[in-house]
Design a protein around this ligand. Sequence first.
Ligand SMILES: *Cc1c(COP(=O)(O)O)cnc(C)c1O
Length: 256
Amino acid sequence: MTEARDTGNTIAEHLRFVRGRIDAACERSGRSPEEVTLIAVSKTKPFSDIMEARAAGVIHFGENYVQELMQKQEQFAAGGETGSIQWHMIGHLQRNKVKYLIGRTALIHSVDSVPLAEQIEKEAARKGQTVRILLEVNAAREESKWGFDFQSVFPAAGEISAFPHVRVLGLMTSAPYTEDPETNRLYFRDLNACAREMAAAKLLSVSDSDFRGPVLSMGMSGDYEVAVEEGATMVRVGTGIFGRRQYAAPESGEQP
Ligand SMILES: *Cc1c(COP(=O)(O)O)cnc(C)c1O
């Protein structure tokens, strides 16, 4: 399906390519491109890459590690840049790190247990804030991944939606790594159906001022087009924008 290949070299060129593919997927599925938010996943990448993507119009950035997110936020603030960035926490979050994160994110995508949501409620209440979250679903039931299964996410949302300082806007999933994105289509379809059912049962907040719900955060570099066809409202693209990650030397500033 994805016969076109990105031949660009700069972050701006990669972005143009990815946005074009999102628009085409919207067109194929009768959706409007405004319904899909592109989150540039900048984990392990240097701050200069964020500034390059920001200059090319990216507003939403996704990070996986609390410490790295905080560092990059501080760098951005110190630069005195005009215009803001919306930060998304997309990686597994430990309960003891929650206190650092409150007030720093537009959305936490990776809430994968009721105790984690309880911790967010506790810290948010302490700071008098409301925190927007998604519930992470392990759609393919992979051993290596965090998240609720499709059964347990309903009672969990029932508990969490009663927390006064937490607002559950929707669901997030990371589908299995695959060479053929079609193999993930049914996971995305299932997540969409699950979110609709939860919204109908009033388990999700669908009237947030910034993000129209229910939010469906699904689709990464290998499968975002299929995810958009299946109703994704947020796609999280790292490699497709910033190039391959080198975990051994995250600050080396390698180019894609
Ligand atoms: C790293 C990461 C991404 C981006 O993955 P790519 O394949 O590089 O696009 C998206 N979502 C989560 C949760 C991630 O950890």
